[in-house]
Design a protein around this ligand. Structure first.
Ligand SMILES: *[C@@H]1O[C@H](CO)[C@@H](O)[C@H](O)[C@H]1NC(C)=O
Ligand SMILES: *[C@@H]1O[C@H](CO)[C@@H](O)[C@H](O)[C@H]1NC(C)=O
Length: 543
């Protein structure tokens, strides 16, 4: 009885006291994901974030332009697809890219030329009634909005649109736009960008720093142009709406930036502000799902091991020249290993061979986890490379465009694999590289060492997502965590005014010293000089 009485007293008291320390509950928040880019591999990363939040019990709604592959039964999907004509323009643009030698110049040319549709069409999605209903319909209320970054920073207005905290998701490591958004330092002398391959922890040499400086200037110029576009798009969408903040203010509204990277294992080692949350490998499951029966049998029965061959989701078979496909088939069909080949058009196969299994769609992560897989032949997209590294499988990279050549160089340099140019591929060269990777154990050993580092984290990528989104919800945008750099202009953030003042002071001191010194010089030496002269003059006169 006495005990009971004590509980009666301490129960509410404890609750009251705890209330001061325990954070308020953020269970079951309404979270909106807006992913308007076309890029399937980016969508996988964004959706993995939303899936983690749905599993945590949040009420998740997602707007995207294609049906996502990664999802959760409780997620509400709103798919606003592109028209067939738009799909064709994108597909043609990617084909042109795949047929040229990969370089930063051709990639940029295409993104602002034939592929500029990828930028412009994203605005249309936000004008679609299915999207505008989300804020016009008073029954909808969101506690946080996550948008996927892809040449669309005007979408930073979504925080103001839905009157809730704003989170950005980016499929790569922190870069210019992310750094600007959260006030992360740009350190071009120490942090190599995506076009300069340097081993983690290693300093860039002079040539690399020069290249890094150059590419960072190119990206700066591009981002000037993009910011002009963003301001126009923002104006078109919300410029006349008095309820909306300006684009200048919206740019400072980002609470968190989820980046699909893990600097400690992958490099570059760099300082990040607290709002940069690295969730590299978020799309990789801790435990693989069971494989489809045919794939499982094919792999289980591979006496000499197996190879997975995929050129990713962007590049379809018909984007690549037929002779090239023939050469790839010739090499792969002559191997002892079983090969799983990702191929879209199952009616037109590159050729039939008992060691090749064609599949239109593959659970790539689950296949790479299978012990029979000895090698991954890949276009070196960020997602696939991360999965292969996570599972400790060596790679043969056939990069095509965008960040792929850079990813390929990095994995070759780290000793995780080899690179062969897709456009100039020859059967012998291709087979030679495959055999080297299968027979020389050093590639597997190195990538397995990496795998240990990649998995060793204080919090899994999934737990980081949940923790930080809840944090932002608990603290209503967590603006206390923002880097002051977000709110500083160019002059202040580079201390130019301080340098100007100090230079002015130095100049004044220099001028005063000169005047004073000159004065004393004239006074003592100048006087003597004069008397000497007169003495000389008098001497001359004497003669
Ligand atoms: C989930 O969020 C949407 C959007 O705000 C809302 O319309 C819906 O009622 C919510 N569902 C639940 C179960 O809270
Ligand atoms: C962004 O704006 C939203 C809505 O006005 C607000 O709730 C949130 O706290 C802001 N976030 C930051 C970091 O300023």
């Amino acid at each position: 009885m006495a005990h009971q009485g004590r509980y009666f007293l301490t129960g509410p008291l404890a609750c009251l006291l705890l209330g001061f320390f325990v954070q308020p509950d953020v269970e079951g928040a309404n979270i909106l994901g807006v992913f308007t880019s076309h890029n399937p591999s980016h969508l996988i990363v964004h959706m993995s974030i939303m899936k983690a939040l749905a599993e945590e019990g949040h009420n998740v709604t997602v707007v995207s332009t294609s049906q996502p592959k990664v999802t959760h039964k409780s997620i509400k999907h709103i798919v606003i697809p592109r028209s067939a004509a738009e799909e064709k323009v994108i597909s043609d643009g990617l084909t042109t890219l795949a047929k040229k030698k990969p370089s930063m110049v051709t990639t940029i040319q295409n993104f602002f030329g034939s592929l500029s549709i990828l930028i412009h069409k994203q605005v249309d999605v936000l004008e679609d009634k299915r999207f505008t209903d989300l804020y016009k319909n008073k029954d909808n209320k969101f506690d946080a909005v996550v948008f996927g970054l892809f040449f669309n920073f005007y979408q930073a207005g979504l925080g103001s649109r839905f009157k809730c905290p704003l989170i950005v998701s980016w499929a790569g490591p922190p870069m210019v736009r992310i750094n600007d958004a959260v006030g992360n330092p740009e350190l071009i002398a120490t942090v190599p960008g995506m076009n300069v391959a340097v081993l983690p922890g290693q300093a860039m040499n002079f040539k690399q720093r020069l290249a890094n400086f150059g590419s960072s200037m190119v990206f700066r110029l591009l981002s000037f142009y993009l910011e002009m576009l963003n301001a126009q798009f923002y104006d078109r969408l919300w410029g006349k709406d008095p309820a909306m903040i300006s684009y200048e203010e919206a740019k400072k509204n980002v609470s968190l930036a989820f980046c699909n990277s893990h600097a400690i294992s992958e490099g570059p080692i760099r300082p990040n502000v607290p709002a940069v949350i690295e969730i590299g490998g978020i799309q990789i499951k801790n435990k693989p799902d069971p494989l489809p029966q045919d794939i499982k049998e094919f792999l289980d029965n591979a006496k000499h091991g197996a190879i997975l061959f995929s050129l990713g989701s962007n590049l379809k078979g018909d984007h690549i020249q037929p002779e090239l496909i023939g050469k790839i088939f010739e090499a792969l069909s002559s191997l002892k290993q079983n090969v799983i080949w990702k191929w879209d058009d199952l009616k037109n196969l590159p050729g039939k061979s008992s060691n090749i299994l064609y599949k239109k769609w593959l659970p790539q992560d689950d296949i790479l986890a299978h012990p029979s897989i000895k090698l991954f032949i890949t276009h070196a997209g960020k997602g696939g490379v991360a999965e292969s590294q996570y599972h400790g499988k060596p790679m043969l990279a056939l990069p095509v465009f965008a960040d792929q050549p850079g990813n390929a160089d990095k994995l070759v340099q780290a000793g995780y694999g080899l690179r062969v140019d897709l456009l100039t591929l020859e059967v012998d060269e291709f087979k030679g590289a495959i055999n080297e990777l299968l027979n020389n154990p050093s590639y597997t050993r190195k990538v397995q060492q990496f795998s240990k580092l990649y998995r060793d984290r204080p919090m899994s990528a999934r737990d980081s997502v949940i923790y930080w989104v809840n944090y932002v919800l608990r603290h209503h945008g967590a603006s206390h965590m923002q880097s002051p750099l977000v709110h500083m202009n160019f002059i202040a953030s580079h201390n130019l005014d301080v340098y100007l003042l100090l230079s002015a002071i130095l100049i004044v001191i220099a001028v005063i010293s000169t005047v004073v010194l000159e004065f004393f010089w004239r006074k003592c030496c100048g006087g003597k000089g004069k008397s000497q002269k007169t003495a000389q003059n008098s001497k001359i006169k004497k003669h």
